[in-house]
Write a protein that binds this ligand. Structure first.
Ligand code: PHE
Length: 502
């Protein structure tokens, strides 16, 4: 390519024009196509000017080439018939030349008067030769075309009709020097650089023209992570059901709201550094900043009970309740919200949240030390376990999970408690999808909620349904430093198999 370009430029420098690119190619031993691509490139730099010339000609088809080699079908039919002085039957002729040749060659041979069909002495139909010597005009014409000689339009049309020749068109170029002619191709500058400005070379530099039709680079930002997409759908479900979102912007929580307010005993193993991330700085949130009457009621309920409960019967330590931690569940947010509701004066309420929680867990393909919880809370007078089961059915139905099963479970803050299992149509099995229950009076009454008010609540992980929806089997491919950015860029929108139950 570079050689051809150089050769073209040198020739133009010497002769000023190249009359015909094709003859330039053949005398120099280049393929004309390669010369054309060099011409295009030099032309785009305005180093040469090219005047296009269109040409067309006929070339032989495979059948045309066969005629050139073996003679036309009519010529061969006549030749074969002539070899048999007493004539030849059609069948013999076909056996000798093949059916196709006979089919093509017999009609013209007959029409030209070279052969005829006659009754022999034995009464059989025989083909007889009627001419001693015949010219093979078709072959001669094809040979002329092959050599590039002109034939009449009528002859060319006839050969084309017989599919022995086909038209071919191509272009050649007459070349002359362009406005930016030079012997060397100089790459024009694509950027105005600091150096160019400093040394003044920008004044004479050749800049590449802008290509306003070029597509821009795809932007590298602004993609939503699958977890965010599923979260957006979950939000929609909750808000459609009339739930209000709880403020979850405090990852750091005191043990008081995360555990004590929920009637979780201070000796509970979950309150151990093996399970919970405690903060070293600041290590504690002074309880004196919390509402004192409430703190006293919480202490009393833990130590001595009340509201029909005997309590835990052990000493409740302020220092334990003051410890700061990374919240282990979003139920810490629910406890703050329910306390606030009680202070503002009870009214039936529905809350939800979807946000991050932290647990000091060994990380494996299904567990992370930080993950997302989806939490729903319904607060009203006279709610029963039946309401809890009913609302869970409504909620999960909207996620596309129609079949649910419940299993009795234990939570320090709910009684009764139920684990929730759903039948996954995608995985064809029952999977655990969440935990639920009715908050205990030991949690609600100290807050100041009326005795006849019940609160039903449930929680589930965001990661598990996201992994099922997006076919991800290792949680580390979904979240954390090993996540592939291309997965984040290319994942599809979240489509839950939502049911309209209204
Ligand atoms: N907080 C529980 C958990 O972390 C979930 C839950 C929420 C259970 C509300 C009952 C009621 O697993």
């Amino acid at each position: 390519m570079a050689d051809i370009e150089k050769h073209l430029l040198q020739t133009l420098d010497r002769d000023a024009v190249i009359e015909d690119s094709e003859s330039f190619a053949s005398t120099s031993g280049y393929d004309h196509k390669a010369v054309v691509s060099s011409i295009k490139s030099l032309q785009s730099y305005e180093m040469i000017a090219a005047e296009e010339k269109s040409h067309s000609r006929f070339v032989l088809t495979a059948e045309g080439k066969d005629v050139c080699e073996n003679g036309s079908a009519e010529f061969r039919v006549h030749g074969e018939v002539k070899r048999h002085e007493g004539g030849i039957s059609m069948k013999q002729l076909q056996d000798a030349l093949g059916k196709d040749v006979v089919k093509i060659g017999f009609p013209p041979a007959k029409k030209l008067g070279w052969v005829s069909m006659e009754k022999s002495s034995t009464g059989e139909q025989m083909l007889m030769s009627k001419a001693a010597e015949v010219p093979d005009v078709t072959r001669e014409l094809l040979e002329q075309i092959y050599k590039g000689q002109e034939v009449s339009k009528a002859d060319a049309d006839a050969l084309k009709k017989r599919q022995q020749i086909t038209p071919e068109s191509w272009k050649t170029y007459k070349l002359s020097k362009g406005t930016k002619f030079a012997l060397e191709k100089k790459k024009p500058a694509t950027d105005l650089t600091h150096e160019m400005l400093k040394d003044g070379s920008w004044r004479t530099a050749d800049f590449k023209a802008y290509n306003f039709n070029a597509l821009g680079q795809p932007t590298a930002g602004g993609y939503l992570h699958p977890l965010l997409k599923v979260r957006a759908q979950m939000r929609k479900i909750f808000t459609n059901m009339g739930f209000e979102e709880m403020p979850t912007n405090n990852y750091v929580e005191s043990s008081f709201w995360n555990f004590d307010a929920l009637f979780q005993p201070q000796q509970h193993p979950a309150r151990d550094a093996h399970d919970t991330f405690f903060l070293t700085r600041p290590a504690a949130s002074p309880l004196s900043r919390q509402p004192q009457d409430y703190v006293q009621r919480v202490r009393q309920t833990h130590e001595r009970g009340g509201y029909g409960s005997t309590g835990y019967g052990s000493h409740w330590k302020v220092s334990e309740a003051e410890k700061n931690l990374l919240r282990t569940h979003t139920t810490a947010v629910s406890s703050r919200m329910l306390y606030r509701l009680a202070q503002q004066g009870f009214k039936p309420s529905k809350y939800f949240s979807i946000d991050r929680v932290f647990r000091n867990e060994a990380i494996d393909r299904t567990h992370l030390a930080e993950f997302h919880q989806i939490e729903g809370v319904v607060c009203d007078k006279g709610l029963t376990l039946g309401d809890l089961i009913g609302i869970l059915h409504l909620f999960f139905q909207r996620l596309g999970m129609k079949k649910l099963r419940f299993k009795p479970a234990f939570n320090p803050y709910t009684e009764p408690s139920m684990e929730i299992f759903a039948y996954s149509e995608q995985l064809h099995k029952w999977i655990e999808v969440g935990n639920s229950g009715m908050f205990r009076p030991e949690m609600l009454r100290p807050m100041g909620l009326p005795e006849d008010v019940n609160v039903i609540a449930w929680g589930l992980g965001l990661e598990r349904p996201t992994m099922i929806l997006y076919n991800i089997d290792n949680i580390r491919d979904l979240f954390g430093h090993k996540v592939s950015l291309s997965v984040v860029k290319k994942n599809p929108i979240c489509r839950l198999n939502m049911q309209n139950t209204d």
